[in-house]
Design a protein around this ligand. Sequence first.
Ligand code: SAH
Length: 230
Amino acid sequence: MTATPSDDRKYRHQRERLVETLRERGIHDERVLSAVGAVARHAFVDPALRDRAYADEALPIGLNQTISQPFTVAYQTALLGVQPDDRILEVGTGSGFQAAVLCEMGARVYSIERHDDLLRRARSVLDGLGYDVRTRHGDGTRGWPAFAPYDGIVVTAGAPEMPAPLLHQLREPSGEDDGPGGRLVIPIGGREGQTMTRVRRTGSGPHDYEQKEFHSFRFVPLVDEDEGGG
Ligand code: SAH
């Protein structure tokens, strides 16, 4: 990657404007806004699309997948309620941009992607920018039990239904220091649109979950292993 100082200035200015756009569109969490404003999104997109990297839009990253719209990334990150040192699992690494934003929030980030070539590309960008993300190639609907429980799980593809393993990998609230239970943020619905849904773990029992629904979005589909395709 070759970036000149004037590029840096140009992109920094564009990033500041993007943050203002996100604020106008209803993102008010200052920690989220500064995290999004700190990530060099142009590094996560194809060089031919760099001039659009700081517009508030999704862009193609190959294999029919997209880097999510910055608004969507900010929205999901805000719903997750990320605290520094939280352990966060992302399903759908894609370009790696959302993972970088989570790193900027101070989280310990784990991310799973089913397309190996996207994952490799994301890895090299994340490594190049110094983001420490643990990644895995595979089906994220099963979660990543080795590092569970998670304080937060964010699914960045549209899920036809709630993947049960993800619920089981959320942290139980801890009585003693009153630590909050883990949160899962996931768009649920068919290909035409999904409802952003947040589930919080409220206890250790099988029914100790609280679910809340938010706005509608349109994501690329979450594809589990049995479905194949894509
Ligand atoms: N978070 C990404 C958005 C990528 S789009 C970013 O910031 O760029 C969603 C991604 O989810 C795609 O790359 C797609 O390949 C991936 N995906 C879809 N189903 C998946 C699954 N079951 N497991 C892991 N990744 C999946």
